[in-house]
Design a binder for this molecule. Structure first.
Ligand code: FAD
Length: 478
């Protein structure tokens, strides 16, 4: 973290907090909404990976859109920088201050506003925790179109702001498709009501898309309207082993072709990822006999006809076995076993955290090239690091993670810019789903042309002329 912060200078045009500011915030939020407690602030200043650390002296907890509006209006007039914070599970240093930015924490805006059972449209506040929405919808016979390992802490406003992809994107598509409307508060406190609940609305520019994936740099998401699919009761999960990467790719092609509409997840991990999970997480075990396989695939199917779906999946697995695409496999026999298979895949980030320091790269790459990068990185780093590859193979999304005992600038210079150059050379994206945050703001040009970045900067300037919203993130800083 040290070297990253050293690259960024505090913008001298931002004011520093004074006692009048605190008094004003107490007036609008009450004592309880104004947090100066050191322990609380220490947590909110530190990101999930313990890699990025700010030094904010103030965390605000609004309870309504009106309060968010009042906060931003005031901060804008005083030129106080702000970092919007959801569940603080972001992985690119976007959710914590770089210096002394005021943290606007959305946790108390956690109400479900409405749910329409006929259309499946949920409207809720931005601070709702994803898992709570999943539970709420489950009781209504619906599911969220996104799911991810951080569901217990991350918030829908954070998900929207990072355009989180997750484990079901292969089936339900991205939030650009599923989010129907947003309410956002701009830097100057203006509330923009785009909270439509219509599937079709072609009246002019669809501005909500600007905020999906803007990582809190254009506005604070206070309300979300989202289309949710019906819950289908026949879910099957298989954990499979492949002896080489080519087989993983062929298996993906076959799964799309043979499982078709019931395929709901296609995740992959290499043997080093599995080892990490088995070594660092309690109660996780390998469902397959302990033979050494190079790759593992988790396939989930979701459909409405148990017999038909099971037959379809079993037929596919038999075919894959006969074609030599899978060398071993287990089909979950009940929901507990299915969860234990998922725990392996979802537990990888946690296991990496427990193993020490981790350099995380979240890349979109052509599927056939993806694993070459992992192997090249291994050759490059030798014994100095444990290089693991896993991710959402069905979406062409590799999580390349490099685990070391501690953060080390020497190792970092061997990884970067090599990893970005490699990705750019193969016309990939340096951020598939985590965003740019502080970590990759200056690397945007590896994926986006200069003219596109200039247009983004103009939009930022128009919506946030003083640049108070999440400064030093997303767009390049000099
Ligand atoms: P935060 O981390 O608090 O913030 C993230 C960014 O959004 C910051 O820039 C912040 O300023 C901004 N922000 C937050 N709330 C708001 C708001 N209301 N309005 C405006 N801006 C806001 N991501 C994936 O895409 N797919 C995955 O599969 C995935 N798996 C993960 C697994 C684990 C274990 C972890 C720790 C993270 C994972 N992530 C994944 C990262 C992902 O970005 C976050 O988990 C999630 O989307 C962020 O939500 P959050 O509420 O924690 O946001």
């Amino acid at each position: 973290f040290g070297s990253l912060a050293a690259k960024v200078q505090r913008n001298p045009s931002f004011s520093t907090l004074n006692s009048d500011d605190i008094s004003y915030f107490k007036e609008i939020l009450g004592e309880k909404g104004v947090i100066e407690d050191e322990e609380w602030l220490a947590t909110a200043n530190t990101d999930w990976m313990h890699k990025y650390k700010g030094s904010s002296k103030l965390l605000l907890q609004p309870r309504s859109t009106e309060e968010v509006s009042q906060i931003l209006k005031y901060c804008n007039s005083r030129c106080l920088a702000v970092v919007p914070q959801g569940g603080n599970t972001g992985l690119v240093g976007g959710s914590v201050p770089v210096f002394d930015e005021v943290i606007v924490n959305m946790s108390l805006m956690n109400n479900i506003i409405s749910f329409d059972k006929v259309s499946g449209i949920l409207v809720c506040e931005g601070g709702c925790i994803l898992e709570n929405l999943i539970t709420f919808l489950d009781n209504q016979g619906f599911i969220m179109p996104l799911d991810l390992g951080a569901k217990g802490s991350c918030q829908i406003g954070g998900n929207v702001s990072t355009n989180a992809g997750g484990l079901r994107l292969v089936r339900y598509g991205s939030l650009h498709g599923n989010v129907l409307g947003l309410e956002v508060v701009l830097a100057d406190g203006n509330v923009i009501d785009m909270l439509g609940t219509l599937r079709k609305d072609n009246t002019g520019y669809d501005l909500k898309h600007l905020f999906i994936g803007s990582e809190g740099s254009l506005g604070i998401v206070t309300k979300v309207s989202i289309l949710t699919p019906s819950k289908l009761f026949s879910v099957n999960v298989a954990f499979l082993a492949c002896s080489d990467y080519f087989s993983c790719q062929k298996l993906l092609m076959e799964a799309k072709r043979k499982l078709g509409e019931i395929l709901s997840a296609f995740e992959f991990l290499d043997s080093k990822s599995l080892d990490l999970v088995l070594n660092h997480l309690d109660g996780v075990r390998n469902p397959l006999p302990p033979t050494m396989h190079k790759f593992y695939i988790l396939i989930e199917t979701t459909g409405s006809d148990e017999t038909y779906d099971r037959q379809k999946l079993e037929g596919f697995l038999l075919h894959a076995m006969e074609a030599g695409l899978i060398s071993d496999g287990a089909l979950a026999q009940d929901i507990n076993q299915a969860s234990s298979f998922w725990r392996i895949r979802e537990g990888i980030p946690e296991a990496l955290m427990k193993a020490g320091a981790v350099y995380k790269y979240d890349l979109s790459l052509p599927v056939e090239k993806m694993y070459d990068l992992v192997e090249e990185m291994r050759t490059r780093l030798g014994d100095s690091a444990n290089v693991v590859g896993y991710g959402h193979l069905g979406d062409g999304n590799l999580h390349l993670n490099i685990s070391t005992a501690q953060y080390d600038d020497g190792i970092l210079t061997q990884i970067e810019p090599f990893v970005y150059e490699w990705t750019s050379k193969h016309r990939g994206s340096i951020s598939a789903e985590h965003g740019l945050g502080l970590m990759k703001a200056n690397e945007i040009f590896y994926t986006k042309p200069t003219a596109t970045v200039s247009m983004m900067a103009s939009i930022k300037k128009m919506l946030d002329p003083k640049g108070i919203l999440n400064p030093y993130k997303v767009l390049p800083h000099s």
